[in-house]
Design a protein around this ligand. Structure first.
Ligand code: GDP
Ligand code: MG
Length: 382
């Protein structure tokens, strides 16, 4: 262990190889204490003496693959950490592991859940997850939340909101990767989902904050997309744009309990009316608005019935199959775009010449269009 490595202790995953540089550690999601990541409730972060590092041997590809296929939760968590790593060497290992796991993936029902912070997504996942486990399903919960390093709120929310669920042996919860990660959100989230499928989880619930780009990313990963709303707040207040409603397969007005129940029902009816004017997100399916209370559980089993009905309809038609195939192709292009972007912005020549060009653009000495072309030429080595 060098001094340099010690500096990044708090961000260093517990399985890092000896002699790994600092760049390896700081781009990894920081461990969440208390069993939130599907591990036991014992502390998982690395302590100052690095004693955990010594205890944990390096794993080879077969260890990861076998561990995931046997649904060994510790190894599942470590495989996901491997995937989330941005280090070149771990990427290579991760790809090899994935290659062996992919044939075992694809059999789950993938459900995306979006809505503004505070709408009750995590509480709903707790309620729905517990219900699904009672029906005999195995449930994995993932989060795609590129804004988490700014707000922190949703991760903390997940931790307390999903307390019962996180104790269930048939549930695996993985919080969102660090947004310090340069790009790669799409790739990592999808790969994490596939690994969970290979581990035998039947239903994957993916929580994302309904602001920005993340809901588009999640829509492109899931079979069913649920928008969680609350009554009383105007659409603008909820940050709900028409576009989000258009990509949802169901709207659910949450917190339909106590004094709020009537208001929620009226709100759901209003949304259902408005939905008549929009074309549905999924061919052959009618998007509607429902109510539920994630807190009392009322409406949760009905919500699941809606999802099962959807599943049957899209499976019987070619829609399910076609969407998954389209998503695979989209995934490939997303990966290419992310890789190209990363290469461009990390290009040494681009990085060194960008400040001067930027100054010229701002002082109007050069046109933005010319600057873009020049930067691309610099990147291409022209
Ligand atoms: N009354 C009521 N409160 C709820 C309900 N669902 C969630 N909440 C509360 O709303 C707050 C935000 O919930 P959370 O699940 O963290 O929202 P998220 O940010 O969308 O994940 C918490 O205080 C919850 O207890 C519900 O159905 N009824
Ligand atoms: Mg949440």
């Amino acid at each position: 262990m060098t001094k340099e490595n010690d500096k990044s202790n708090s961000y260093r995953p517990d399985w890092h190889p000896e002699n790994a540089g600092e760049e390896f550690a700081i781009r990894i999601v920081k461990g969440v204490e208390g069993g939130h990541d599907g591990l036991s409730t014992k502390k998982t972060s690395v302590n100052k003496t690095n004693s955990l590092v010594k205890k944990r041997p390096m794993l080879n590809i077969d260890d990861y693959v076998k561990g995931v296929l046997e649904n060994d939760r510790t190894l599942l968590a470590r495989t996901i950490t491997l995937i989330e790593s941005n280090s070149e060497i771990h990427n290579k290992t991760a790809q090899k592991v994935l290659q062996q796991l992919l044939p075992h993936a694809g059999k789950s029902l993938r459900i995306g859940i979006t809505g503004v912070p505070g709408a009750g997504k995590s509480t709903m996942i707790e309620a729905l997850g517990m219900y699904l486990i009672s029906l005999g399903y195995k449930v994995a919960v993932l989060a795609v939340d590129p804004s988490s390093s700014v707000t922190k709120g949703s991760i903390l929310g997940d931790k307390t909101r999903m307390e019962k669920l996180s104790r269930e042996k048939d549930c695996f919860i993985r919080p969102s990767p660090s947004s310090g990660t340069l790009g790669g959100v799409t790739r990592k989230s999808r790969e994490t989902m596939l690994v969970c499928e290979a581990a035998g989880y039947d239903v994957i619930l993916i929580e994302t904050v309904g602001v920005g780009q993340s809901e588009i990313t999640v829509r492109s990963m899931v079979d069913f997309f649920l928008l969680v709303m609350i009554a009383g707040a105007g659409d603008e207040l909820q940050g709900i744009k028409k576009g989000v409603i258009e990509i949802a397969d169901a709207l659910v007005v949450n917190k339909a309990d106590g004094d709020n129940e009537t208001k929620a029902k009226i709100s759901a009816a209003d949304y259902s009316n408005a939905l008549h004017y929009l074309s549905p997100a999924t061919g052959g399916w009618k998007t509607e608005a429902y109510t539920c209370s994630a807190l009392t559980g009322k409406g949760i089993s009905e919500l699941w019935d809606v999802i099962k009905k959807f599943e049957k309809i899209v499976m019987d038609s070619s829609v399910f199959d076609k969407r998954r195939k389209d998503q695979t192709i989209e995934w490939v292009f997303n990966m290419i775009e992310e890789e190209l972007k990363e290469q461009f912005y990390n290009n040494e020549n681009v990085k060194s010449q960008f400040p001067a060009l930027k100054a010229k653009i701002l002082s109007e000495k050069i046109l933005p269009t010319s600057a873009a072309k020049m930067l691309l030429d610099i990147y291409k080595g022209k």
